[in-house]
Design a protein around this ligand. Structure first.
Ligand code: PRP
Length: 477
């Protein structure tokens, strides 16, 4: 028997043992890719499964690939995978020249020269791809291709039995389910969210035209010679390179998720993940008049955070800084209506450089009515070649600002910077760069100096917390 055939047989023994063990599906798949890479003598191997939206393949179990590559290197299901979709193998001899490679630069940085892929199916439907990555440029032999097809079949069996077990023995609360394969069909089916708050969050992202992927991939967290614990974040926002995990109101589960996120950050320091606690999310929704905290009865003004004189002092300091930076230039200040009007009016009066002023307004999220954010009032001044300073009263999630900045960039200004009076950094999702910041503020509902609660309190000369009449009952999860 040839050396390679012996290697294949050894891999089959290892994979069969793993499949027959009482490990979870994640562990089984990890052992499977490890044995496959070793038997083929390649740099790496990965099992990529279709995400819940059935749009992209994400690395689910892998061996020999860097975190950076795994994070960015998902594959668009609709693109360049024709052979695989027809149940055939896809061989890429030269990553550098093959047009089917979706992330060429990343693959080259990863020192991948050739890739061999075969489809993974369960119950006759394609649910994923098994890929072997070679550092040296090589053709894969018919025997190697056959080996990969067999391993892909075993992976399909592991996925299928994982799914059946899950249906028969639903996972206990707090435990991660095994990776779930999703059948690939030509049409994109709606995602089934585990919780209504996730669905609402997806609608909010849709409104701000921020692309998202639900349950994109599983990260191995515990290794005891193999992955024994996995963690699957709820969302991945590719444009922001951000994973978002939403927590529930159950303290036990929240603690467990916090632990997992901490662990994930330790193991994968390059992964950008944000934990969105349910209460914080409810507060965020309340801003748009939605969710369980919306419409809470209030009786007015709570603790004053910044007095009139503190606000004026800080605004004058910001104006001084801006005047120094824009010395000899003639900037345009652009305010996003309406909350900014007090701040912008004061800021302008403290400036010692000449400046134009203009305003724009955008639509706000009103629940999932299918409409996306749009500009409802455009700037009138021609911004081409001008030094634009975008002025905001508060930056919260950063989604408004990220949309507005993209919009203003298309006007080809000579420069574009941001000045905000308040920065609610703890709630940031879109990481926008802020040149001038007045105050960093806590995650509380703020009113006054232009900021409103249902259009009230904008006229207060100070900034205060909104006082709620009574503690709102915790929603059931
Ligand atoms: C505020 C503020 C920003 C936006 C920031 O506007 O003026 O434009 O929220 O939030 P984000 O960072 O989460 O996107 P608001 O919706 O309160 O409207 P208003 O200015 O008319 O009061």
């Amino acid at each position: 028997m040839g050396k390679q055939t012996l290697g294949f047989n050894k891999a089959f023994v290892e994979i069969a043992k793993a499949l027959n063990s009482n490990s979870n599906t994640g562990e089984k798949l990890h052992l499977l890719v490890k044995a496959t890479a070793r038997a083929l003598g390649v740099r790496g191997c990965s099992l990529m499964l279709l995400d819940a939206q059935r749009k992209r393949f994400f690395h689910t179990a892998s061996q020999g690939l860097s975190e950076r590559y795994l994070r960015k290197g998902y594959l668009e299901a609709g693109k360049s995978l024709a052979e695989l979709l027809n149940g055939k193998a896809m061989a890429i001899l030269d990553v550098e020249t093959d047009p089917r490679v979706q992330f060429k630069e990343l693959a080259l940085q990863e020192q991948i020269s050739s890739i061999m892929s075969v489809p993974v199916e369960t119950g006759g439907e394609m649910v994923g791809i098994l890929r072997a990555y070679s550092r040296i440029q090589r053709e894969f032999t018919a025997a190697e291709e056959q080996f990969l097809f067999t391993v892909a079949n075993l992976a399909g069996a592991a996925l299928e039995s994982g799914r059946t077990n899950e249906e028969e023995h639903p996972t206990e609360s707090g435990q991660e389910p095994s990776p779930r394969p999703a059948p690939l069909t030509s049409e994109i089916k709606p995602v089934s969210f585990a919780h209504p708050s996730e669905e609402e969050f997806a609608r909010l992202l849709d409104f701000y035209q921020i692309e998202w992927v639900y349950e994109p991939r599983s990260f191995p967290l515990q290794f005891e010679g193999r992955a024994t614990e996995m963690f699957t974040p709820d969302f991945y926002l590719p444009a922001l390179d951000l994973y978002v995990e939403m927590t529930t109101m159950k303290p036990g589960l929240t603690r467990e998720k916090n632990r997992k996120v901490r662990h994930l950050r330790e193991l994968y320091p390059d992964v950008n993940i944000k934990l969105l606690a349910r209460r914080d999310y409810d507060r965020l929704l309340a801003k748009y008049g939605h969710g369980p905290l919306a419409g809470a009865k209030t009786h007015g003004v709570g603790r004053v955070l910044f007095s009139d004189s503190q606000v004026q002092k800080r605004v004058s300091q910001l104006a001084k800084e801006i005047s120094q930076d824009y010395e000899g230039r003639y900037p345009v200040l652009v305010g996003v209506l309406r909350g900014v009007f007090c701040f912008l009016a004061d800021l302008m009066r403290y400036l010692t450089v000449p400046a134009d002023v203009d305003f724009m307004a955008i639509s706000y999220y009103r629940g999932g009515d299918g409409k996306a954010v749009r500009v409802t009032k455009d700037v009138d001044i021609d911004l081409a070649g001008r030094d634009v300073l975008l002025v905001e009263d508060i930056v919260d999630t950063g989604m408004t600002l990220s949309f507005v900045l993209n919009y203003l960039k298309s006007r080809k200004p000579a420069s574009l910077q941001v000045c905000t009076l308040l920065d609610k950094r703890v709630r940031r999702l879109a990481d926008v760069s802020l040149k001038y910041v007045g105050f960093e503020v806590p995650d509380e509902f703020l009113i006054g100096y232009g900021l409103d609660y249902e259009e009230e309190y904008r006229n207060l000369p100070f900034i205060a917390l909104l006082k709620r009449e009574k503690q709102v009952k915790k929603p059931k999860t």
